[in-house]
Design a protein around this ligand. Sequence first.
Ligand code: MSP
Length: 511
Amino acid sequence: MSADRPFFITTPIYYVNDLPHLGHAYTTVACDALARFMRLDGRRVKFLTGTDEHGQKVEQSARAAGISPQEFVDRISAEFRDVTRLLDVSNDDFIRTTEPRHTRSVQALWQELERRGEIYLGRFAGWYSVRDEAFYDEEELIGGKAPTGAEVEWLEEDNYFFRLSAWQDRLLAYYEANPEAVAPRSRRNEVVSFVRSGLKDLSISRTSFTWGVPVPGDPKHVVYVWLDALTNYITALGYPDINNEDFITLWPTTLHVVGKDILRFHTVYWPAFLMAAGLAPPHRVFANGWWTVEGRKMSKSLGNVVPPKQLVDAYGVDPVRYFMLRELPFGSDGDFSHRAIVGRLNSDLANDFGNLAQRVLVMINRDCDAAVPEPGPFDAADQRLLGTAGDLLETVRNHMVEQAFHVALESIWRVVAEANRYVDEQAPWVLRRSDPVRMRTVLYTLAETIRHLAILAQPFVPGSATKLLDQLSVAAGSRDFAALGASPLVAGTHLPKPAGIFPRFVEAPTA
Ligand code: MSP
């Protein structure tokens, strides 16, 4: 993905049969960090999230709640929208599959597929899992259940089918020609061998319930919820109008971030639907891993499903964002535990970064008349630190284009550690009496390093980084990556009174 191209980034759209939880928050936060990074890097970005509101599962949940499907989806979708604000997420659009723009788009895609001879009417007889909203072959079942553990039911209906079997070779050619299209690499191998093993035509309509987009020309059928849901990505770019500015510039320079459980839908069905409709497949699909909580799978029956609000109330939004992206390689599974987040919060955020900023800003406030100090000549140690800070953007960028968030953060924190070592070595508090010019040079070097760190930390911990940049009196227009090299701190600029950025987490005393 070239660095200067416009960039379209999407989360999965979340099913509204469930309330938002930690797992949903994870993908959304990761996409947000990337979207913010790309914007700060000068790229035009569209960042999309939203809710998946049709299908049998949602219809059943509405019935269980004793309200109409529409009332039900309105209520839960609003909860997902609230979570984006709670997590400081900068999405440009929030799509709901019950919106008229989406119905129009799904029906247009259907008609295009039909026009091109990719759809036929047939009889489906097979296993369906409502929880997964997926069809399974007899051979895939394990002990009478879906491979995911979900219940399956026998289904026999007249369905429309998509000629997926005809797309096997073209899908394999697409993976071959686009080695970056499915990530991480282990997932790519998984997808390629699945497609190599042969594809069957896919049922893409249902008649046994009505909560969905009616099939054009045959409204007894509703469109299969996955064909409906996947189309959201192009609805948001104005499909079926493919000549509008958004579609032209943002498709297919796209990154779909999805959970590992829904990779097949995004890397097999979706590119096949698109190619069959004469559209380009997306540039990249990245599958993130799953969190357990305190060592256990999250589930309603265990009663350990963690709402994002509970996390934000306990730890604060930025520590939660930081932890999620720092703790694990994106793509791997991991465990979310109180101990682990408090460890990161207190060591990486409060001790390492927070203390560095606080120490430096307090000294500047006290010993330099609360203004950016005028530096004298820089010695080798100063130049080394400033050089390391100056090189950081390129390093972080290289990791971000690979969605290696944890390595990007690791490299930022390596500079935090270096700056902390430099403070200890230079001991500006000693220089205060012995060599005030040198003290000012050291404090300037540190403040300038902290400016770099704060600018680069914005995608991950936006609120805290903003506070820090405010404390450095960095102008609102000088906070993007172009300002890193172009707008160093100017001696004499007044700085406000410093205040801690990352408070330590103190355990409440147990009764
Ligand atoms: N509606 C479909 C997606 C359609 S996209 C065109 C869907 N929705 S979902 O709400 O069930 O899941 C949304 C995402 O949450 C998935 O990517 C899934 O992997 C992710 N997660 C659900 N539980 C999770 C964890 N415990 N940990 C990390 N992510 C998890 O699938």
